[in-house]
Design a protein around this ligand. Structure first.
Ligand SMILES: *Cc1c(COP(=O)(O)O)cnc(C)c1O
Length: 364
């Protein structure tokens, strides 16, 4: 690390060299508005700028806010690829529906991202560990403190240059099982990406950090027994070894966020010849299988985390190490398969990597 750090704001047309995660915003944003009579407006691309909102804006008070997070990568040939934007668009529609918000057409969502990536790709260096993280967001904009859904909305797309979420290398993380707080419950909003899910996790995150861990491991709210996820990334366990390994992730029970990365990893696991399984697993069972040597790898995955090995679990009365506490071979094989696809280095039969340079724009 150099002693002199770069300023946060990228000079025009110069790639960000030390992006960190979440603060090196690119230069532009896309903006659309929705009203009951007229539906969605045409989009506008402007320089990234502050919003001027009324202090009584509904979204601010009642949390009518949904968002997405997806990445664009630079392929080895220098062109840009957006990762599975249609799947993120579909999830965004589900999130908006859950908050009684209007749905944005999938094509509009994808076109807005394409336009922003085309405008701002020069902020991204050719360092393969870096990417552009795109953040679409929708919120209710009515000036009203009546407890009801807004009748007007704004959709924005902004982006920042992302380094590795846990640093640029492949470091293992430790997780802290929360027995005090819950992230999600049946009938709640745990299976959609809405702003209201995240602030309530911050206190548990502080407890995790106080226990020396990077992430909270969320358990089911009813019994605090079954593994769910990490509150920003999904969880995978590996049972057995080598070609016979089973790659296991908690079943979607309505209280987990169905990660696009989770679904990708399930497909890639099958493609690599592993047995991919969705299973309900108790924390005690995980501990027992680790102790018996049956499970020797675990990892977290998500757009931000990519595939990040888990080395240690801290529970109320016990702490255990997964395998040798180092990134395992199945984890690393899946990680490489995923990042090769991101960079256009592997066949992509599903067409997951989308080229933003095609025709069609959200804005004029
Ligand atoms: C975004 C998110 C994930 C990961 O989903 P991806 O689509 O893979 O990025 C997992 N859990 C939660 C709670 C999330 O918000």
């Amino acid at each position: 690390m150099s002693a002199i750090s770069e300023p946060n704001t990228a000079p025009h047309n110069r790639a960000v060299r030390h992006p960190g995660h979440g603060e090196s915003f690119t230069e532009h944003m896309i903006s659309l508005e929705w009203t009951e009579g007229d539906g969605w407006s045409e989009g506008r691309m402007t320089p990234l700028e502050n919003l001027s909102v009324h202090p009584g804006m509904i979204g601010l008070h009642y949390g009518q806010v949904a968002y997405e997070g997806l990445k664009a990568h630079r392929r080895v040939d220098g062109s840009m690829g957006v990762w599975r934007p249609y799947d993120h668009a579909a999830r965004f529609q589900r999130s908006c529906r859950r908050l009684a918000m209007p749905e944005l057409p999938v094509e509009t969502f994808v076109a807005a991202i394409d336009q922003l990536i085309n405008a701002d790709e020069s902020s991204l260096s050719d360092d393969p560990a870096h990417s552009i993280y795109v953040r679409p967001i929708m919120f209710g904009t009515d000036t009203s403190l009546m407890l009801r859904p807004s009748r007007t909305y704004r959709f924005l797309v902004m982006a920042f240059v992302a380094g590795g979420f846990f640093g640029d290398g492949v470091e293992s993380v430790s997780v802290f099982a929360s027995h005090e707080y819950s992230r999600a419950f049946p009938g709640g909003t745990g299976d959609v990406k809405v702003a209201a899910n995240y602030a309530p996790s911050f206190l548990a995150q502080r407890q995790a950090e106080a226990a020396g861990c990077q992430q909270v491991l969320w358990l089911d709210a009813a019994e605090r027994r079954y593994l769910e996820e990490m509150g920003g990334m999904n969880l995978f366990l590996v049972r057995g070894q080598g070609a016979q390994a089973q790659v296991i992730t908690p079943k979607l029970t309505g209280t987990l966020l169905p990660g696009v990365t989770r679904s990708t990893v399930l497909t890639l696991a099958e493609r690599l010849g592993y047995d991919a399984v969705e299973e309900r697993i108790a924390l005690d069972q995980w501990r027992a299988e680790c102790a018996a040597g049956l499970m020797s790898e675990a990892f977290a995955c998500g757009t931000a985390a990519v595939v990040t090995p888990i080395s240690t679990v801290v529970d109320r009365s016990s702490t255990w190490t997964i395998g040798e506490g180092k990134p395992g071979p199945v984890t690393m094989a899946l990680r490489t398969a995923l990042t090769d696809l991101h960079h256009g280095l592997a066949p992509d039969p599903e067409g997951w990597l989308h080229s933003p340079t095609g025709p069609g724009h959200a804005t004029h």
